[in-house]
Design a protein around this ligand. Structure first.
Ligand code: SF4
Length: 231
C-alpha cells in the first residue's frame, strides 16, 4: 500500500510524502506558490507570509505547514492573490526599493513579484526609512533600508559555523539584521557573491563588481513574471 498522502490543491488531486510541507509538495506536484523567504532544502522561516494559503478554510503559511491526508488547500484564488499583493506593496513602501537605481534590478525577487502581481501604485504610503547601511566590511555592502527580514542570510551565510548575519534589537520595533563585519571580512569572493545571490532583494551587495549582470541577461529578463522564483 502506498504511504503517500493525498490532498487537494486548487481542485487538483496531489500526493505528498509524509512530513512534506505544502510548499515542497506543491512544487513537486507542479503548482507554484510564491515566497520570498523559502529556499528548498533550507529550514523554513515562515517570515515573509507571501506563501499564505487557505487550508480547510483557514490561513496558513505553506512553507512550514505539513501536508495532512485529505487536506484541501486553496492557493490560486482572488482572496489569496490580493493578500499576497498587499504584502508585496507593504514591503515596497516600507523599504528603499527604487528599482532603476538598484544593482539587483532584474535579479530581485521582490521586483519580480511586483510584476507578477501587477503592482502599479501601492495602496499604502511610502515610509522612506532611515535604517542605515553598513559598508565597513571588505567585500559586502549591507543596506538595511532594503532588507525585508526574510532571514535567508541568517540561515544560509555561515563562516566557520558562525552566522555572518544576525538579528539585532530583538523584540523592539528597531529589530534589524546586522552584519558581523569581522566574520564578513573572512569571506572569500565566492562566499560574498553567494551572500548577495541568496538575498532576494538588493540588501546585500558584493563590493568591487558593480552591475556585473548586463541588462538582458538578468534572471527575470527571461522570466518576467517570476514563475521560477525560489527554485
Ligand atoms: S539582508 Fe537580504 S537575505 Fe538578509 S534578511 Fe534582509 S532581505 Fe533577507
Amino acid at each position: 500500500m502506498s504511504d503517500k498522502i493525498r490532498f487537494i490543491l486548487d481542485d487538483k488531486v496531489c500526493y505528498a510524502n509524509p512530513g512534506e510541507t505544502i510548499m515542497d509538495a506543491s512544487r513537486h506536484n507542479g503548482v507554484f506558490i510564491p515566497s520570498l523567504c523559502y529556499v528548498e532544502g533550507v529550514k523554513p522561516a515562515g517570515s515573509c507570509r507571501i506563501c499564505n494559503v487557505k487550508v480547510n478554510g483557514r490561513y496558513m503559511t505553506a512553507c512550514n505547514t505539513p501536508v495532512a491526508d485529505g487536506m484541501v488547500v486553496e492557493n490560486n484564488i482572488p482572496e489569496i492573490e490580493d493578500l499576497r499583493k498587499a504584502i508585496i506593496e507593504v514591503l515596497f513602501v516600507s523599504g528603499n526599493h527604487f528599482c532603476p537605481s538598484c544593482e539587483k534590478s532584474g535579479n530581485c525577487e521582490l521586483q519580480a513579484l511586483g510584476y507578477r502581481f501587477q503592482m502599479m501604485v501601492p495602496r499604502f504610503p511610502y515610509e522612506f526609512p532611515h535604517k542605515g547601511v553598513n559598508a565597513k566590511s571588505k567585500l559586502i555592502y549591507h543596506d538595511r533600508n532594503r532588507c525585508i527580514m526574510c532571514k535567508r542570510c541568517i540561515r544560509m551565510v555561515v563562516k566557520d559555523e558562525k552566522n555572518v548575519f544576525a538579528f539585532n534589537a530583538r523584540g523592539g520595533h528597531h529589530l534589524h539584521v546586522e552584519l558581523d563585519v569581522e566574520l564578513a571580512n573572512q569571506l572569500t569572493q565566492e562566499e560574498a557573491l553567494h551572500a548577495m545571490d541568496i538575498c532576494p532583494v538588493g540588501a546585500i551587495i558584493k563590493k568591487e563588481r558593480g552591475y556585473y549582470s548586463p541588462i538582458g541577461s538578468r534572471k527575470y529578463d527571461f522570466d518576467p513574471i517570476g514563475s521560477e522564483l525560489s527554485k
